[in-house]
Write a protein that binds this ligand. Structure first.
Ligand SMILES: Cc1cc2nc3c(=O)[nH]c(=O)nc-3n(C[C@H](O)[C@H](O)[C@H](O)COP(=O)(O)OP(=O)(O)OC[C@H]3O[C@@H](n4cnc5c(N)ncnc54)[C@H](O)[C@@H]3O)c2cc1C
Length: 496
């Protein structure tokens, strides 16, 4: 029995990086009582993520932060992988138009600024408590709860939660405590990261990301908004690890591109990039998310993005089990859906790494098109979720539903927020029993029965009169006829 003074929450999140903070925002928005324990008092100032994608902006939209994110992010252009003759081996296209998700495919930003927005937003959520300067040192499953031991200041304290999510980064204590090993996908390299601050707004019209493949110093150059430039460079055998971050060595390395009066060094770091996936993402009431569950080199800018997708996949399922009477099996679909999805990104990232390292001249992922002369174009990867929740007709299952403009002129996700949604084709709501609609809304599914032209066209193309999506906007299933709509109800979901 827990001491009656032990604080108890529905969810405890360990780690307040971008993934823990996103998860806390999503849970808090649903009113789920959540505590976040974070080792550090401050946001990490390290040079880490600089780009996120349209799907992640859509997730930020689902909890009301897309406006704030747009203020600190700049739309990014495509990426070119060039060889020493300046020939583009692979061009990763990112059209400067909005995708079916309603956002641009690439945004450039500074990770500490993004994390600040995520943290500030938690202050408006009364069900979320944050304990900074709190290192979790033990976890114990006791009946229907997990006891968490943490040290704040000098004092060891305890609290309890029905579920725990370890968002505690690549060296995850939670993963170690769960005795979960990483599957090694084979790419491990030491890289030097340099962020430069520009004295004036950068007006260079060429804003592509460049990956320099097979150069004596291989690496990448990225624009990070108009004030900052990033170089990510692979360490060579002969490099002296002790002196490489000193300003004179840095400027010597950057000589081919930029010189001191043009910028100042903001920060540097040495990292070893890894490519790994946890062999298990759940043990009983404890889950892993973000870097704690998977790690990838940054060549596709997908590490944080994948973690934010984890949060979006897991939060609503936890709420369904805690509040809507959904079966525990629903929580197993978190790993089965997310793990194969993130694996596709890591595999393509490794292909990009091989290109940069000159051990490959082309890629096979990203739907490549050979355009002649040993050159390829590749598109944004859009993997399907792994096996998991399904209902009704599953031909569209596991894919993101586009963000349609609804009949009332509003965007789909602005109307639904972070909730499951049932979209009914024009006229189909008139043909069935209205009590069915309340069966859906009673378990937190938003019903939309005038979805507008885009959705109508999508439904016709899918030969469907209704589509059900999870709160993460992935399709769970469709109904071909009005009498099949009941099959989409959560009580009829299959988990496999
Ligand atoms: C050079 C570089 C470039 C990158 N570029 C991109 C990019 O462009 N796009 C992209 O999507 N990703 C990128 N990434 C990856 C991205 O930075 C990470 O995937 C992301 O920060 C992971 O977020 P997280 O919340 O899972 O973990 P973290 O950000 O590592 O946060 C984990 C938190 O847990 C806390 N913690 C740890 N142990 C405990 C404990 N025992 N108790 C309490 N708290 C604890 C830590 O203090 C930390 O705050 C890049 C990474 C690097 C290194």
């Amino acid at each position: 029995m827990a001491d009656k003074h032990t604080e108890t929450f529905e969810i405890a999140i360990i780690g307040l990086g971008p993934v823990g903070a996103t998860l806390a925002n999503l849970l808090g928005q649903m009113g789920v009582s959540t505590v976040v324990l974070e080792l550090s008092d401050e946001i990490s100032p390290l040079p880490r993520a600089v780009a996120f994608d349209d799907e992640v902006m859509r997730i930020f939209q689902s909890f009301g932060l897309s406006d704030a994110m747009e203020k600190v992010a700049e739309v990014g252009e495509g990426a070119k992988f060039v060889d020493t003759d300046n020939k583009t081996l692979v061009y990763w296209e990112r059209p400067m138009v909005r995708s079916s998700n309603g956002w641009f495919v690439n945004y450039r930003f500074n990770q500490p600024e993004l994390e600040k927005i995520l943290r500030d937003s938690l202050a408006r959520l009364p069900s979320v408590s944050i304990k900074l300067g709190s290192e979790v040192v033990d976890l114990k499953q006791i009946g229907e709860e997990v006891e968490i031991v943490f040290v704040q200041g000098e004092r060891e304290q305890k609290l309890r939660a029905a579920y725990v999510v370890g968002c505690d980064g690549g060296r995850s204590f939670v993963r170690q405590k769960m005795s979960v090993k990483f599957e090694d996908l084979g790419f491990h390299e030491e890289w030097l990261i340099i962020d430069l601050l520009l004295p004036e707004r950068d007006v260079d019209p060429d804003r592509f990301t460049y990956h320099y493949c097979g150069f004596p110093r291989t690496g990448s150059k990225v624009f990070v908004g108009s004030k900052r430039k990033r170089w990510e460079l692979r360490m060579n055998e002969a490099d002296d690890r002790k002196t490489i971050q000193s300003p004179d060595v840095i400027w010597d390395i950057l000589k081919p591109w930029i010189k001191p009066p043009e910028a100042e060094i903001e920060r540097t770091a040495l990292y070893t990039f890894h490519s790994t996936i946890a062999e298990k993402w759940r043990t009983g009431r404890v889950f892993l998310a973000g870097d704690a569950a998977h790690q990838t080199p940054p060549f596709m800018a997908q590490g944080m993005c994948a973690g934010i997708r984890d949060a979006s996949n897991l939060a609503w399922k936890l709420e369904q089990v805690l509040r809507q009477g959904a079966p525990d099996q629903l929580l197993d679909t978190y790993e089965s859906e997310r793990s194969p999805h993130v694996r596709e990104y890591i595999n393509m990232t490794i292909e990009f790494g091989n290109l940069i390292n000159n051990t490959a001249k082309s890629v096979t992922s990203g739907n490549p098109t050979n355009i002649g002369g040993g050159q390829q174009t590749v598109a944004q990867l859009r993997p399907k979720l792994g096996l998991g929740i399904s209902a009704g007709d599953t031909s569209k299952r596991g894919r993101l539903l586009p963000q349609f403009l609804l009949e009332n002129g509003r965007l789909l996700d602005d109307v639904t927020g972070y909730r499951c949604a049932l979209l009914l084709a024009q006229g189909s709501a008139d043909k069935f029993d209205f009590s069915l609609l309340s069966d859906f809304s009673d378990v937190g599914v938003q019903v939309i029965d005038a979805p507008g032209h885009g959705a109508q066209y999508w439904l016709e193309d899918a030969d469907a009169v209704a589509v059900l999506v999870g709160a993460d906007r992935n399709v769970i299933g469709t109904a071909r006829a009005v009498q099949d709509i009941a099959q989409l109800h959560p009580s009829n979901w299959l988990f496999r």
